[in-house]
Write a new protein. Structure first.
Length: 526
């Protein structure tokens, strides 16, 4: 069957040929070249982000109990899931770069000038929407980095006008939790896409209405149609950028930290690179000066961008004819790049979860009959290594100490009970299992013994490396203030050092070798 009659019928009903001709036969000024592919690249990347986001929503569950595990399933259980999330994750950075490059091209060529003032203003709004996309999507994996960075974001919002009201809307409750995640998810997949579509359509419509501005210095020669030469440039540029994006997604897995733990206040949050300059700016305006960094300076920059077409009244579009605009953008660029570089320098290395003494001790404690009675291959609770979705840490600690109370009907545990320190250690170990920390590294017998003592006894009251209880002094850097002699005397019999001490004596509980091991370990903590 010939396709011609079908296409003729379709054209008679839809007029698609006229629309296609209007799209491809647009006349472009002489001199339009590779500089003018930036808008098409940005539009293409937005399409990739939309497509990958739609697929991700088919497997993502926006609840604190399942969000992290659903992202892990996408990366590990879904065919091509790692590539899919990588495209979406790295695509956010690609879009920010493409938007900034496109804006820079518009500034260099003076394309914001009359009659394109509103076109420029819709472009500024689009940049803000893109940044809002990146910010709202940051929380969705519900890992440590997302949780604590969002906590900082909400605290920053409190410093602006109507700060408590805005923070309450963003948070959705008294604390960051299920309603917060649901609100940010709704904004990310419903509200912001609607805004994006409206402003993209408006921006493209205005661009077509007034035409492409062309080079800053008009060139002699006839206008040329968009098809085929500029279309070929756009297509090649989009293919090249997409190839780089796919390569990044295939070579570098999108990061996924430990599941969010609201009790772990030791985590140091760091935003993505495109927000790092604002994060760094906060350091220079502490306390009551914070609104200058959170509202004042960013507000002035955004206001200046909106007003740029009305501020720059120079008749020409050449950059050398607009020295104040060039100086302003140069200063802005130097400031953003400088603050970002300082932020990267000050950021701690992303080493991921490591094997702490408590985690090492927990790896041994889970082999106890109290755990293996149920948590083994074929057991009612499933093997320890399969328990990826760690529940509330407090629930897990209580369950470790007395499984029958929290899960009635389970197999009765052996006589006795685990200490609170052992429960803390088991939780620490399970975090490493969930985060797929590397294999347990080998250590000396003395270090292994010290870890077991710290996990069984010390962590019932003390913190070590941000884990354990907080009813007694933190031991993470105790070696800075206490030497080995004092530590030995204190651990063996605290009452001899301080008659009012409430800590029990361990001189009769620990062997001489065990006492030496834990003293040496604590004294070395500096």
């Amino acid at each position: 069957m010939a396709l011609g009659p079908v296409l003729d019928w379709l054209d008679s009903r839809t007029g698609y040929r006229a629309g296609l001709s209007h799209l491809l036969d647009e006349q472009l000024p002489a001199g339009v070249g590779w500089w003018f592919v930036t808008g098409s690249i940005l539009l293409f990347l937005l399409g990739v982000q939309l497509a990958t986001g739609v697929v991700l929503t088919m497997f993502y569950v926006p609840t604190p109990d399942h969000a992290h595990e659903s992202v892990r399933y996408i990366m590990e259980g879904l065919p091509f899931g790692r590539l899919l999330r990588g495209l979406h994750f790295f695509g956010a950075s690609f879009i920010v770069v493409a938007a900034l490059v496109h804006m820079l091209r518009v500034v260099l060529f003076g394309s914001y000038k009359k009659p394109r003032e509103v076109t420029w203003m819709t472009g500024v709004v689009l940049l803000l929407v893109i940044l809002a996309f990146a910010l709202s999507g940051y929380l969705l994996p519900w890992d440590q980095k997302a949780y604590w960075a969002t906590t900082v974001t909400i605290n920053v919002a409190r410093s602006g006008p109507f700060g408590e009201l805005v923070a309450g809307v963003l948070r959705g409750g008294e604390a960051l939790g299920a309603l917060t995640l649901l609100r940010w998810y709704s904004a990310h997949v419903f509200l912001l896409p609607a805004c994006l579509i409206v402003f993209v359509v408006s921006h493209v419509y205005l661009m077509r209405r007034h035409g492409i501005s062309g080079p800053a210095e008009p060139q002699a020669g006839p206008s040329v149609p968009f098809h085929p030469y500029q279309l070929a440039r756009d297509t090649l540029a989009m293919a090249l950028v997409f190839a780089v994006l796919v390569g990044a997604a295939a070579m570098f897995p999108a990061p996924l930290d430990e599941v969010a733990d609201p009790t772990d206040a030791t985590f140091v949050p760091r935003p993505e690179w495109y927000f790092l300059s604002l994060f760094q700016l906060l350091k220079y305006f502490p306390g009551p000066l914070e609104p200058i960094a959170t509202v004042g300076i960013p507000g002035l920059v955004v206001g200046w961008l909106f007003a740029l077409p009305f501020i720059d009244r120079a008749p020409g579009r050449r950059l050398r004819d607009r020295p104040l605009v060039a100086a302003g953008f140069a200063a802005l660029g130097v400031g953003v790049v400088g603050l970002t570089a300082l932020g990267l320098r000050d950021s701690p290395p992303n080493e991921g979860p490591r094997w702490t003494p408590l985690a090492r001790a927990g790896a041994t404690f889970v082999q106890d009959a109290r755990c293996t009675a149920c948590h083994r291959e074929g057991g009612g609770g499933g093997p320890i290594e399969a328990l990826r979705p760690l529940r509330d840490p407090e629930w897990v600690r209580a369950h470790v100490r007395d499984p029958e109370v929290l899960v009635p009907g389970t197999r009765q545990p052996p006589e006795g009970a685990m200490t609170l320190g052992q429960a803390h250690s088991v939780v620490s170990y399970m975090r490493r299992v969930r985060a797929r920390t590397g294999p347990l590294p080998a250590v000396s017998a003395q270090e292994g013994a010290a870890a077991m003592i710290a996990g069984r006894y010390c962590s019932s009251c003390h913190m070590l490396d941000g884990e354990g209880a907080s009813s007694a002094p933190d031991l993470t850097t105790v070696g800075r203030t206490r030497d080995a002699t004092w530590l030995r005397e204190w651990i063996a019999d605290p009452a001899l050092v301080d008659p009012a001490a409430s800590m029990p004596a361990f001189g009769q509980v620990l062997s001489e070798d065990e006492l030496e091991a834990v003293v040496s370990h604590l004294a070395a903590r500096r």
